[in-house]
Design a protein around this ligand. Structure first.
Ligand SMILES: [Mg+2]
Length: 122
């Protein structure tokens, strides 16, 4: 595929991170990964802006809220964020970080893929 969309997954749980990476790569996406917000910021400073960010909220070193603040302060052209959360107040969390949408944990991969397609226009 010549114009694959790139998804950045920011998630501290390694099993989830790699499961999602494998799943999305099979679906034809290019996938970047970061184990916390700090790693994600460093990555974004050194790579073209991805098409979409999938953001976990609870992470060590730099959590989703801290990441979102730094992201909006440091990048003018920003990819939309989808929040991934097990919280009952998922919608509020999405609003907290100006996310375009959210997905619930544990993941329903069909729903996740549907939303990723929607926001990457695929
Ligand atoms: Mg987490």
């Amino acid at each position: 595929m010549t114009d694959s969309k790139t998804i950045l997954i920011i998630e501290d749980e390694k099993v989830i991170l790699h499961t999602l990476k494998d799943f999305l790569e099979v679906e034809g996406y290019d996938v970047l990964i970061a184990g916390n917000g700090l790693v994600a910021l460093e990555l974004l400073n050194n790579t073209p802006m991805p098409d979409l960010l999938l953001l976990d909220m609870k992470m060590p070193k730099m959590n989703g809220w801290e990441f979102a603040r730094a992201y909006s302060e440091n990048f003018k052209e920003r990819a939309p964020i989808i929040v991934a959360t097990a919280a009952v107040d998922a919608e509020q969390r999405a609003r907290d970080v100006n996310a375009i949408d959210w997905v619930e944990k544990p993941f329903n991969l069909d729903i996740l893929l549907e939303k990723i397609k929607k926001y990457t226009f695929q």
